[in-house]
Ligand binder design. Structure first.
Ligand code: PMP
Length: 289
């Protein structure tokens, strides 16, 4: 049975009822967060919690129980018997249920808090051999730093990539590569790692931040500088990062083959070091299949 968390309670998922007046449903007036469980621990839950609180603050949703997230996340894992598995938690917080009006409910209503967990194994097909992606003009709003549930532009873009047999759609804004529909993107040029700086045009990925550290530890310099889309011919490697798929080598962008069409040495080294860190944090319990 799939047990989910709903406004402070653990319930079978199919017993949860959300009001049709919920502002998440009516306006996509809410934020979300996704964290990964590795057979015994959530990877960098602290950063996920910080980002979740920031998203709430930026959209002015008041959830007094926000600090309870890590504890109920672990309880959900246990209640779903996923402690010794790899899993993702999805958390969504909306501004609550209230008759439809653009203005915030007055008086304030309690937010709707919903979370579920699902088993999820990282090493997806493509994570070893590399994936192909496409570029597209970024037509999202300009607060992509907020992890808003309003993902229509991301969904349409991802679907377009999927229908072309591609792994991701990566956005270009004002001629500069920003991020993917559900990932950040890095490029390697002459041994230096490049990615778009933190701004309103990208989500500050938790994996992205950890890559900075892991790259630093491996002596690989990182520059937070955006790559102009017309300079993709100069890159030797590319990879995307996100919580679910971790580090995914990119071997082609539109019609351009990257490097020799295989994951490059910097990408492979970062993947190896990321896996080693997970294994060490799991004290040997975590296995990659
Ligand atoms: N950008 C976007 C638009 C995303 O949806 C995601 C995935 N949540 C990311 C970047 C990567 O973030 P993280 O590494 O925290 O999963």
């Amino acid at each position: 049975m799939n047990i989910a968390y709903f406004n402070g309670n653990f319930l079978p998922k199919d017993e949860i009822r959300i009001s049709p007046d919920d502002r998440g449903f009516l306006f996509a007036d809410g934020i979300y967060e996704v964290a990964k469980w590795y057979e015994g621990f959530f990877f960098d839950m602290e950063s996920h919690l910080i980002r979740m609180k920031r998203s709430l603050r930026e959209v002015r949703i008041n959830w007094p129980g926000e600090d309870s997230f890590p504890a109920f996340a672990e309880e959900l894992i246990e209640r779903n018997q996923l402690s010794d598995r790899q899993a993702l938690i999805y958390l969504q917080v909306t501004r609550g249920a209230s008759p439809r009006s653009h203005a915030f409910p007055d008086p304030e209503v309690p937010p709707t808090v919903y979370a579920f967990v699902n088993e999820f194994n990282s090493h997806l097909p493509g994570s070893e051999s590399g994936v192909r992606i496409m570029l597209k003009e970024d037509f999202r709003w300009n607060r992509c730093d907020i992890k808003s549930v309003a993902l229509l532009a991301n969904i349409l873009s991802f679907q377009e990539a999927r229908e072309k047999g591609l792994w991701e759609c990566v956005f270009v804004r004002n001629g500069l590569i920003t991020e993917g529909s559900h990932s950040n993107i890095f490029f390697v040029i002459n041994g230096i790692l490049y990615t778009h700086p933190e701004s309103h045009y990208i989500l500050s990925g938790v994996t992205r931040k950890n890559i900075f550290r892991i790259a630093g530890e491996a002596g690989i310099p990182v520059k937070e500088e955006p790559l102009p889309a017309d300079k993709i011919g100069t890159i030797q490697e590319a990879f995307t990062t996100n919580t679910s798929a971790e580090i995914t080598p990119v071997i082609a962008i539109d019609d351009l083959k990257i490097g020799n069409g295989l994951p490059g040495p910097v990408t492979k080294l970062l993947r190896k070091n990321f896996d080693a860190e997970i294994i060490s944090l799991g004290k040997g319990k975590t296995k990659f299949t």
